[in-house]
Design a binder for this molecule. Structure first.
Ligand code: NI
Ligand code: MN
Length: 224
């Protein structure tokens, strides 16, 4: 069994590692505590949830250098192509089998950051890691059925409020999603999204049979 790793860069940027491969998500690097730069990060695939700068980040630069494939909506993949990057365009409700496993594009209620586009989330099966990354989104009722359509064990949810769900709505999302583990992201990057992840953890774990795993920026955890 190879190790399955979740590495939290900071903000909503993280990577998954398994079978010697790496999938990078929303690689916004400005101010990350490890001082990782685009030239420091290798990737095989790069998921981009929407084109706001704090998500698109260094995706194209990393893809140009490493040859990683950008997986995103058609509009962002159009930009990726113009930047000379390999990409695989998908859209909301679509699924595709990649070498690492299946991807389903989930809806997200948020701006796309690109003309004609739509923000999205991802349900990704990455060499056995089954993870839902909500991207930037408000709470929405269809979270109740997501896992019955596409199973996942870990949910990565924004808790920062202001731009996305805050901790209260994210706790409801955690319950509706029914994942066994929730990892909070998209908080404490700036004062306007300052949150106490410990309070979120306590609120969720007191009320629901869900484990909240707080990952410090710059740190890795093992996913079983
Ligand atoms: Ni955004
Ligand atoms: Mn954001």
């Amino acid at each position: 069994m190879s190790e399955k790793i979740f590495h939290y860069i900071h903000h909503a940027a993280f990577w998954l590692e398994a079978e010697g491969k790496r999938a990078l998500f929303d690689p916004f690097l400005d101010g990350n505590p490890e001082h990782l730069r685009a030239q420091d990060i290798d990737a095989d695939w790069i998921f981009v949830s929407h084109a706001h700068a704090d998500h698109l980040g260094s995706a194209f630069e990393i893809a140009q250098r490493t040859g990683a494939t950008i997986i995103s909506t058609a509009e962002i993949c159009g930009l990726a192509g113009q930047a000379g990057c390999a990409s695989h365009a998908m859209h909301i409700g679509g699924t595709h089998e990649f070498a690492f496993g299946k991807v389903r594009i989930a809806p997200a209620f948020h701006g796309s950051g690109v003309a004609g586009g739509h923000a999205c989330g991802f349900i990704v099966s990455f060499f056995g890691i089954r993870l839902y990354y909500a991207g930037d989104t408000g709470l929405f009722g269809d979270m109740k059925w997501l896992r019955s359509v596409e199973p996942f064990d870990v949910a990565v949810l924004p808790i920062g409020d202001n731009y996305t769900m805050g901790p209260k709505d994210a706790a409801i999302a955690a319950a509706w999603l029914g994942a066994s583990v929730v990892i909070p992201v998209h908080y404490n990057t700036w004062p306007v999204i300052a949150q106490d992840p410990k309070a979120f953890e306590e609120a969720v774990e007191k009320e629901f049979d869900i484990r909240v795993r707080i990952v410090e920026p710059g740190k890795s955890v093992h996913l079983s």
